[in-house]
Design a protein around this ligand. Structure first.
Ligand code: DP6
Length: 326
């Protein structure tokens, strides 16, 4: 590396999967058992500052709290190895939304860390290479490297070089709106990584989940190309419910929903029965994300605000790719 201690900052947006990733085919390289399709969100993002330092150890402050898991430092090792750097890193990262409660903070967090860290290391990687690296921090982070509609490939190779994300359509091509109904700001009890390991080893339904994934991905790709809202919304709801069915079927019976989650699901289905173009999706947490056809976000937000147990509402459109910022 050159002698100067470079620093860089990056912003990466959260994403939510319409066709879900749940389960891994290999641990250390974090290879997904299924492909996934997501949308990147404009208003939910992480900003990360990354500096190389001559300190003895790495420091990572995430939303004012030090990372005590070692996960960030292990990820920085990948950048150090690739760039042949032996400096420590000082990292500070801030989310503009609740952390660890099923709002994809690991996705935007590791994507921002990847972009800032690679820039600080003077590594000039393609979006594909960045997504392969981000995946090793968190599977869903690979998708936050790109903007708009994004597909993550499962891949078949043991080295993970074909398990990367790629854009399917730009945010402007089909400006869907998303209303996030926040039902609790507490951290989730079981993180996705632990939940996925439990599912793969203990659910009788896991093989069926994996076997059916490609059909859902093909259908969602077609619905996006045709801007067919009902087709995509129905696929997204079904993929979400299949994933939560899988979670329920593990030995530990993972239940990420709260009563307000269920109330919001019913409200969204009622709105749709009354003619509103809206479908739901839910990740490994209690928040509900309402996917709305362009122009319907405000009306859906007004309705979801009134659901008992919904603490806050956040509206967003589709957002851009991760990038270096000043
Ligand atoms: C339910 O990407 O957080 O949000 O790869 O273990 O870090 P790791 O898991 P993570 O899992 C996301 C799971 C999900 C569905 C999805 O985003 O596709």
């Amino acid at each position: 590396m050159n002698n100067e201690l470079r620093q860089s900052s990056a912003r990466a947006h959260a994403n939510i999967a319409l066709i879900k990733y749940w389960g891994k085919r290999n641990g250390p390289l974090n290879l997904p058992a299924v492909g996934s399709i997501s949308i990147t969100l404009a208003e939910l993002y992480t900003e990360t500052q990354f500096s190389w330092t001559v300190s003895e150890t790495d420091t990572a402050i995430l939303n004012d709290e030090p990372d005590e898991t070692g996960r960030i430092s292990r990820f920085v090792d990948l950048i150090r190895r690739r760039a042949d750097i032996d400096y420590s890193a000082a990292i500070s990262s801030v989310n503009n939304f609740p952390t660890g409660a099923g709002l994809a903070s690991s996705a935007s967090g590791f994507a921002a860390l990847t972009v800032a860290g690679c820039d600080a290391a003077n590594l000039n990687l393609s979006a594909r290479e960045l997504s392969i690296l981000a995946r090793q921090g968190s599977g869903s982070a690979a998708r936050s490297i790109d903007g708009g509609f994004v597909e993550m490939f499962r891949g078949v190779r043991a080295d993970g070089e074909d398990a990367f994300a790629t854009p399917l359509a730009d945010a402007d091509d089909w400006p869907l709106e998303v209303v996030v109904a926040i039902t609790t700001r507490a951290r989730k009890a079981i993180d996705s990584t632990t939940g996925m390991t439990d599912t793969a080893t203990r659910s009788d339904f896991f093989e069926a989940w994996v076997a059916n994934a490609d059909g859902d991905l093909d259908a969602a790709r077609e619905a996006i190309a045709a801007c067919d809202f009902d087709a995509l919304g129905a696929l997204a709801e079904r993929s979400c419910l299949k994933m939560h069915g899988l979670m329920l079927s593990t030995g530990n019976g993972l239940i990420y929903w709260s009563p307000a989650t269920v109330a919001t699901i019913h409200e969204i289905r009622k709105l749709r029965a009354d003619g509103m173009p809206v479908y739901f999706t839910i990740d490994a947490g209690p928040q509900v994300k309402a996917i709305c056809a362009p122009g319907y976000g405000e009306a859906v937000a007004e309705k979801l605000k009134t659901v008992p147990g919904v603490e806050a509402i956040q509206r967003t459109g589709l957002g851009p790719a991760a990038r270096v910022i000043e």
